[in-house]
Design a protein around this ligand. Sequence first.
Ligand SMILES: Nc1nc2c(ncn2[C@@H]2O[C@H](COP(=O)(O)OP(=O)(O)OP(=O)(O)O)[C@@H](O)[C@H]2O)c(=O)[nH]1
Ligand SMILES: [Mg+2]
Length: 280
Amino acid sequence: MHRSSGKSRNSKTSSAPKQKISYEKKVDSAITEYAVQSLNWLRRAEFLMSAPKLNLCVEDTGYEIAFAGRSNAGKSSAINALTNQKQLARASKKPGRTQMINFFSLGNPNQRLVDLPGYGYAAVPEAMKIVWQKELENYLIHRQSLQGLVLLMDIRHPLQHFDVMMLEWAYSRKLFVHVLLTKSDKLNRGPANKALLEVKNALKKMKLDFSIQLFSSLNKQGLEELASIMGGRLNFTLDQNVQFDLDAIPEMSLEDDAEEVDFEDSEIENIQDETPNEAQ
Ligand SMILES: Nc1nc2c(ncn2[C@@H]2O[C@H](COP(=O)(O)OP(=O)(O)OP(=O)(O)O)[C@@H](O)[C@H]2O)c(=O)[nH]1
Ligand SMILES: [Mg+2]
């Protein structure tokens, strides 16, 4: 049962973050017991394996949700925020960091998060891009355990060409899509809500099975909402024996050195690929 606490986290977070944030931390007005327990469950995440292609992925059983989006959209950071682990997925200022399909188990190998390589990273040689696109397509079309996608788009650059392509793939497979407008900390509340409404209206026209929210790995806006969606889609069931405890919500923490360098699209085109060719 999802039960609202009706409590605000304002009091809890006032002592909060290490890093400089020039805006007020945005807090969901009501946090459900289900969200809290989902967050605690997600903290169990462990790296399972990396695969360069579909036929080398973990066994296609159980449930998984894949995080997809343009390079630098914040996929790896979102997985780290969600699991409250600083380096579970490797995040980087340098676009193109994630180069494999990375699987994370949630206490059980049949419930997984998947960090996909970002698309739209122009510094990758054309031939490699084509191979990657094919692998991504293979994964999205054939993966039976895939329950849905979390599609991440930088709130300042939503619905780019590849994002629309992902949405079309999702639609063709009747996959559920949960959209995160990421880096919401970069905009004030008014412009952020305006962007949310605009993207929502555009998606409605695509007749998708979707939901959408604002998200920030930096100030943790939308974390509980995302955790609830993950729990629901990955078949996480509420443990009625566990006491609902608001203090059990993971505290936010982002190291000072995680400060972001922004890459505008044109800059992404020009960055040389210095990323080592290793897992993740
Ligand atoms: N301000 C801000 N910066 C963020 C946020 N999320 C991620 N970043 C920064 O954006 C950059 C890219 O983040 P990643 O999580 O590595 O992005 P990615 O989508 O996994 O990138 P690829 O692996 O290249 O596909 C890093 O410098 C992060 O610190 C956020 O919510 N707010
Ligand atoms: Mg990544």
